[in-house]
Design a protein around this ligand. Structure first.
Ligand SMILES: C[S@@+](CC[C@H](N)C(=O)[O-])C[C@H]1O[C@@H](n2cnc3c(N)ncnc32)[C@H](O)[C@@H]1O
Length: 261
């Protein structure tokens, strides 16, 4: 899973795609607005910067910004993108699973946006949480997004594939068939009952192995490292503060904001 995903994030077309992104996602905007008064006093670590979508927004607002990515190609693309406007920007090639270049208790705010954490297997995901807890200051904030297994269950179902538009139905059914062919061991029962699954989904033409988790399981997984965890709707930025809102949510990914223990 690791090598395949890392190679995908090094490929020229995908690097180019990420350099074209500029807009914050609705949940990110809500979180930015919430932290705006404090950002100028915060040291921020932005993990998995890709083509610099969040760099563009956060680097000018925080006291100190450090951006990392394990794809040397993404870091190079960012260096090129910001060479003129933010020439002294700290951008480094680094893997979130082992961030030994950063001392303990270094950052007030750590971001791993747009589901970057979903491209490593379970054990490595826990290593990332461990590392974020180590390099983050106690009481500091960690924000990330992750794929929602409830959203996957809905997207790749026969019922959800049917649309009033015949062309859309055709496209949905082709995607469903591809999903089934490329994930032969994943069945409907697993989609309905598993807490977490790694699948080849449609992003970047099914090239990535992506980790999906139910929001309730994600909250549980965070407990050893973080506290005050909140879940935000990716699409509306609404805080999903009730059990019902979490269990019923069928968005493809969600944002999590928590404090470092
Ligand atoms: C979906 S892209 C998002 C890029 C950017 N954050 C954005 O929002 O446009 C995920 C990024 O995370 C990076 N990434 C994935 N796993 C990583 C890891 N273990 N350490 C550092 N970067 C990682 C990938 O190289 C990729 O650039």
């Amino acid at each position: 899973m690791n090598d395949q995903n890392q190679r995908t994030y090094a490929s020229a077309g995908i690097v180019w795609y990420y350099t074209q992104l500029n807009q914050l996602q609705p949940a990110e905007q809500v979180i930015l607005d919430r932290f705006k008064p404090q950002l100028s006093s915060m040291r921020m670590l932005d993990i998995g910067i890709g083509g610099g979508r969040t760099t563009n927004v956060f680097a000018p607002l925080v006291k100190e910004y450090v951006g990392i990515d394990y794809s040397a190609e993404m870091v190079a693309a960012c260096q090129k993108r910001f060479a003129k406007n933010l020439p002294s920007l700290a951008l480094e090639i680094a893997d979130a699973r082992a961030m030994q270049q950063f001392a303990d208790d270094s950052f007030d705010f750590i971001l791993f946006s747009f589901n970057g954490i979903d491209y490593v297997p379970e054990g490595d995901r826990l290593k990332i949480f461990e590392e974020v807890k180590r390099v983050g200051k106690s009481g500091g904030y960690f924000c990330f997004s992750s794929h929602n297994l409830q959203g996957l269950q809905k997207t790749f179902s026969l019922k959800a594939s049917m649309s009033l538009n015949p062309l859309q139905t055709y496209v949905n059914l082709v995607m469903l068939a591809l999903f089934k062919v490329l994930n032969p061991t994943v069945n409907a029962h697993q989609l309905a009952t598993a807490d977490r699954l790694i699948v080849r989904d449609e992003s970047h033409n099914f090239r990535l192995r992506t980790y999906y988790i139910r929001p309730a399981a994600q909250l549980k997984q965070l407990e050893p490292y973080f506290y005050n965890a909140e879940v935000y709707s990716w699409q509306s930025g609404r805080n999903l503060s009730t059990q019902d809102a979490l269990v019923q949510n069928e968005e493809l990914w969600l944002y999590y904001l928590c404090q470092i223990s």
